[in-house]
Write a protein that binds this ligand. Sequence first.
Ligand SMILES: Nc1ccn([C@@H]2O[C@H](COP(=O)(O)OP(=O)(O)OP(=O)(O)O)[C@@H](O)[C@H]2O)c(=O)n1
Ligand SMILES: C[C@](O)(CO)[C@H](O)COP(=O)(O)O
Length: 388
Amino acid sequence: MIGGERVGGIVAAGGSGTRAGVAKQWLSLGGQTVLRRSAATLAACELVDVLVAVVPPGEEARAAADLAGLGKPVRAVAGGPARADSVKRGLAAADDCALVLVHDAARPFATPALVRAVALAAAAEGAALAALPASDTVKEAAPNAGGAPRAGRTLDRRTLWLAQTPQGFRAEVLRRAFAEAGAAAAEATDECALVERLGLPVALVPGEAGNFKITSAEDVERARARLEAPVAMGVGYDVHPFGPGRRLVLGGVEFEGDGLVGHSDADICAHAIGDAVLGAAGLGDLGRHFPDTDDRWKGVSSLVLLREIARKAAAAGWRVGNCDVTLAARRPKIAPRAEEMRARLAEALGVAPAQVNVKATTGERLGFVGRGEGIAAHAVALLYRAAL
Ligand SMILES: Nc1ccn([C@@H]2O[C@H](COP(=O)(O)OP(=O)(O)OP(=O)(O)O)[C@@H](O)[C@H]2O)c(=O)n1
Ligand SMILES: C[C@](O)(CO)[C@H](O)COP(=O)(O)O
């Protein structure tokens, strides 16, 4: 509310993310969607009374659920083919607001202070936008009939500002701007351009360098790097008892003597590493992905499971940095075959053997390990965030 007038925050989230190759509004960054982050910035400004999310048709319910709990009422409406169509529909949904702020969903790093500054400038002048003065020298390309781009002339950068959002308006000004532009509004790349055409004042509010728009796949990575840890670690632990008539398989290598009891081949070395990788990737544990009630995993080589785990971690945006496993086993002797084990484990994980370490301890005759009743495996894994 500004001077007793209601303020609506319109989040333009009706795009399809053609250039980034992903619907940016639904991307999860640091555990929250890009849409929620952008809407949360508007909601955190005390001047904003209501949020209007404009999303691709059919995604209104998803948006309403995503934006629950931001502390402001939310209206989710369907957007249109061009940005201007979406914003126009958002404006219609904010029909009880005398002032509106339009913010790109694709700009999740604006601050509430910027929202406030734009809202106050728009209330005072009729229209305002966040913008950064150009700091690079700006060239205008000359026509070159299909050839490589050529510089035509250099513009005076002292007069140039790079437009951001939020952009704020007296609602009647924006309504008039849309009405006068008619079908040509679809060509406008921002809403202030439509107000400029009317010859009305548009205030420039100093924007924020961090308020970049996620446009390309590189921008997605830049945003991810800002919000998400570049590494993650996980631990894995597994225990199996010895049983008669079972093959003893550890790290994909077969040993002599009775093996371990389990639903798969009971390769606890692979299981502990698999659990560590799943844990680091935040994907739960082995039991969740390969339940022992599922016959597909009965007697299966655990290297198959490990391969699948590495694939799931990669799909979640992680690559294996390294793993280390310790087997607590009175028998068999691990050291003579540790290199073989590490090669097989590494192959299943899709990494080099140098990224996997296998070692063992006998249990010093203590506990179930020391009595030779079973084997325990402890593993850690370090993952690096990979480009998606
Ligand atoms: N019909 C459209 C097109 C765009 N937008 C929104 O306008 C903002 C800026 O647009 P842009 O970065 O171009 O997003 P996309 O349209 O998704 O991307 P692209 O142009 O690469 O398809 C985004 O938050 C986008 O969701 C919108 O609400 N409705
Ligand atoms: C509104 C805007 O973010 C200001 O820089 C920009 O013009 C949107 O352009 P896009 O072509 O929709 O990405």
